[in-house]
Design a protein around this ligand. Structure first.
Ligand SMILES: [Zn+2]
Length: 160
């Protein structure tokens, strides 16, 4: 069920949106190769029509499939916005766009979700990354030096 509310349905009573939204419909561009969106967004939202605005309240949950920037292990990060609320004016410059009496809530929660994305995903806060011992052994044994992955270059910049 897409996150679209029909204002006519709201005239009589508040509306509850409950379900899942496919990640593709969220159109979230993370600009981060360490974060992938596979799972759908789960949500439960109550929408109320006020005098000149919409009030949306509820919660949002999204599981991110991440790769740790230090050890490169895959892990899941649960992103929870609970409570989440959004106030959408129906008039004025910042007003929500209405098409055929319907308002799409997706752009509003998209923005708030992106703000909660981990900047540099870590499998755990104190992750030490790949063990240096292993790297040394591999060098001696094979004699081949692996090219430094781009994530390490990024990490080195962070250390400064
Ligand atoms: Zn890690």
């Amino acid at each position: 069920m897409p996150l679209i509310v029909n204002l006519r349905h709201l005239e009589e009573d508040e509306l509850t949106l409950h379900g899942e939204l496919p990640a593709a419909d969220l159109d979230l561009d993370t600009h981060d190769e360490m974060i992938r969106l596979i799972q759908p967004l789960r949500h439960e939202l109550k929408v109320q029509l006020l005098e000149d605005s919409l009030l949306v309240r509820g919660w949002l949950r999204l599981t991110l499939d991440c790769q740790c920037v230090r050890c490169l292990q895959p892990f899941q990060h649960e992103l929870v916005l609970d409570p989440w609320a959004c106030h959408l004016p129906l008039e004025g410059e910042e007003c929500v766009s209405i098409v055929n009496d319907c308002a799409d809530l997706t752009p509003y929660l998209r923005e708030d979700m992106l703000l909660e994305f981990p900047r540099h995903p870590l499998c755990r806060p104190d992750c030490r990354g790949m063990e240096k011992k292993t790297a040394g052994k591999a060098k001696k044994a094979g004699g081949k030096e692996e090219p430094t992955p781009s994530v390490w270059a990024k990490l080195d910049k962070l250390k400064l």
